[in-house]
Design a protein around this ligand. Structure first.
Ligand SMILES: Cc1cc2nc3c(=O)[nH]c(=O)nc-3n(C[C@H](O)[C@H](O)[C@H](O)COP(=O)(O)OP(=O)(O)OC[C@H]3O[C@@H](n4cnc5c(N)ncnc54)[C@H](O)[C@@H]3O)c2cc1C
Length: 396
């Protein structure tokens, strides 16, 4: 029996938590309002925004609980193909180079060629997964806003019409919001500037003088490959990088997650992963360090037409500045709900927004990893199911 058959059979067994139809009929109590294009909002129990690891894990758990695609839940994603953000990652990020990628719940990713780009491997795996569980992801559908709809419903406004949902799982990741800091003189630079989000692989930097900015895993991966072909590479980071020797076990993982969780509970924006985990030292990194590729300079003070400059008079000429400066949560669509705390983040209790129990964030803060997203999808669905079974609108 293959994985897919196994999962289908699992679904046919009784699930004590499953309650298709236990919740009020979709649309019950909904006031039909136009979505501005003459169409009434489509009633739905749960709208899942995003079909990456976090969204698919959530959809899987919704199906296991008996919610049907189309009436019980809908998954909306604005990317062109399955794969979440993985589909946009550079070709040299092969599957073999991805560390700690956890399979989605209910279906292993087996036999993948480590030499193939992870964009292809994971894209194909997600596509298989969506088919196996008939998740019926709607794409490309862009969610522009989620707002209060009255009678306990949330209006999910999209490029394909409006859904009126009783609960929303926001699983939009970070890839769509690259963080690109501004420095004096940036607009005068005559070379090329790009962000990790548009990194095409090392070939584009052959023979060039490249400055890589940022202290995370992506920066290190870029440096290691670009150093092979570039004329020169320079690494600059705001803080000295934190290399981690030795294994990163479950205990360290739990401690790192607890740190982020604590910030998010207090309504602060989640910090970068590397700030809590450190940079895992690999053999390739050891070699690069010995060759001087990972010698790091502090952040420059100014960008000049020909390169970068420090206040002490030091300058470096460059053809390219590559900003590996990370990403921020892509949560602008939730702005009308005013979930943000004065600290700038959305306070969560588990995955639930403290300010609105109908909204869950999966893949945000402590669950922004493949394993975290898996677990958080299950937890969010458990709570939402409980909430919807109560029947009453539960606006905070
Ligand atoms: C270079 C890189 C390597 C990584 N490697 C690992 C690793 O090895 N292991 C690991 O655990 N984690 C890794 N991560 C973190 C990893 O990205 C997450 O763990 C996980 O894959 C993110 O899943 P997600 O579903 O939260 O987000 P995404 O995969 O980004 O999916 C979000 C989806 O939401 C959609 N979306 C966004 N906004 C909207 C909107 N307004 N309307 C409709 N759709 C929308 C997007 O199209 C996208 O498909 C890596 C991250 C990066 C940047």
């Amino acid at each position: 029996m293959n994985n897919i058959q196994a999962v289908r059979e699992q679904w046919t067994q009784d699930d004590p938590g499953a309650a298709p139809g236990a919740s009020p009929a979709p649309g019950a109590g909904l006031t039909a309002e136009s979505d501005g294009r003459g169409r009434s909002p489509q009633p739905i129990e749960v709208a899942v925004i995003g079909a990456g690891q976090a969204g698919l894990s959530s959809a899987y758990h919704l199906r296991r609980r008996g919610y049907e695609p189309g009436t019980g839940f809908v998954v909306l994603d604005h990317s062109p193909a399955p794969g979440g953000a993985w589909q946009f990652r550079w070709p040299t990020l092969t599957y073999g180079k991805v560390h700690g990628m956890h399979a989605l719940p209910g279906m292993e990713l087996t036999g993948a060629d480590p030499a193939r780009p992870s964009a292809e491997v994971i894209g194909a795996y997600f596509a298989r997964y969506e088919r196996a569980f008939a998740l019926q992801v709607r794409r490309p559908v862009d969610v522009s806003a989620v707002r209060e709809g009255g009678e306990g419903r949330l209006l999910v406004e999209t490029s394909a019409g409006t859904w009126a949902a009783r609960a929303v799982i926001n699983a939009t990741g970070t890839w769509d919001r690259p963080l690109w800091p501004r420095y004096p003189g940036q607009e005068t630079f005559t070379g090329r500037q790009l962000h990790t989000a548009r990194y095409p692989g090392p070939g584009a930097f052959t023979g060039q003088r490249v400055i890589v900015v940022g202290g995370g895993t992506s920066a290190v991966q870029h440096l290691l490959e670009i150093a092979e072909v570039a004329a020169t590479t320079t690494w600059v980071t705001r803080r000295p990088p934190l290399f981690r020797a030795g294994p990163f076990g479950e205990e360290q993982g739990r401690a790192a997650v607890a740190l982020v969780e604590e910030r998010v509970r207090r309504g602060l924006p989640p910090q970068s992963v590397v700030s809590v985990t450190g940079l895992p030292m690999t053999e390739a990194m050891e070699q690069a360090r010995a060759a001087g590729v990972l010698d790091r300079l502090p952040m420059f003070d100014e960008i000049t037409p020909g390169g970068v400059a420090w206040a002490d008079g030091r300058t470096i000429e460059a053809d390219v500045i590559l900003w590996a400066t990370g990403f921020r949560p892509a949560i602008e669509q939730l702005a009308p709900l005013r979930l943000r705390e004065p600290g700038g983040g959305i306070a969560l209790e588990g995955t639930r927004a403290v300010r609105d129990a109908r909204v869950h964030l999966v893949g945000y803060g402590p669950s922004a990893s493949t394993i975290g997203a898996n677990r958080a999808g299950g937890a969010a669905v458990r709570e939402i199911h409980r909430l919807l079974r109560q029947g009453a609108p539960v606006a905070a």
